[in-house]
Design a protein around this ligand. Sequence first.
Ligand code: HEM
Length: 271
Amino acid sequence: MSSGSFPYIPVDARGWRLAMGLRPLEIERWLEVDAHRDEELALKADLLATRPEVVVATRPEGDAASAELYDEVLDWFARYAPDLAPGTKETSEHPVVAAARLVQEDLCVLVRSDAWRLQAACVCFPSRWTLATKIGRTMDQIHEPIPGYAESLSGPTTGVFDRLKPERPFWRLNWTVIDDPSLHQPHAPRQLSPDDIDQWFFRVERQTIRRLALSDAIVFTIHNYVAAVNDLRDTPEFLEHLLLGIEGAPTDMQEYKGWVGVAHSLREALS
Ligand code: HEM
């Protein structure tokens, strides 16, 4: 379901679930360009100039794959958005940064050694996590704070990553409700104020995974979409489905997400 200019509303009558939810991706839709492009690319440029140590992390193990990623981004623009294609390929920057400057997505490069490890990334718009603590880490280590990940998602995710084919990429959606509409939130999660629905923001991450043919690495992209909950209220059944999603989440997940008490006030707002 989508509403107006907000493209993804991944809450529905089925309520909460912790699932991979992968869907096949057409390569034309690998990256998305929307009306926020200029503003978001300017914000990225500013963050790269002022906080490079917060938004970039690279290790030599990710260099070759990052160069391939940069080529793939240029190739994607040439094929699917030629009006936006950059004039030159020349860059003196790390290729993961050069690639990330061109797109609204955050870019992560994972390379398989003993396990899939994050070896290069440019993440300007983290949703309450810190890149420096994740670089070089395995998928299990990265997801260590997520309740239920180790039990339900670790095995399936590793299986999918191992079998991923360059010609068959995937995408998925993640969502949350938080108290700040900023895209750049490189800090720990915090509790939402349950009584202040005017300050609630629905934040959706559209994520893609794609195997690179030459380096055999995996590129993980994250594109964030944010709207005030109040601005989505008129979408049929949005608040009802949001309530189902929040109240169905296990207690430890509600705590991780900062949703304690939120279902209760949402129920009151609806009644
Ligand atoms: C496609 C497979 C993946 C699945 C199923 C998955 C699943 C999840 C889930 C359920 C969360 C909790 C987020 C929330 O709901 O608020 C999460 C958080 C996160 N994921 Fe993933 N994820 C995947 C791939 C990746 C990859 C490739 C990276 C590489 C950087 C990554 C990095 C993160 C980070 C940094 C967080 C926040 C962790 C924190 O709070 O410290 N994920 N992921």
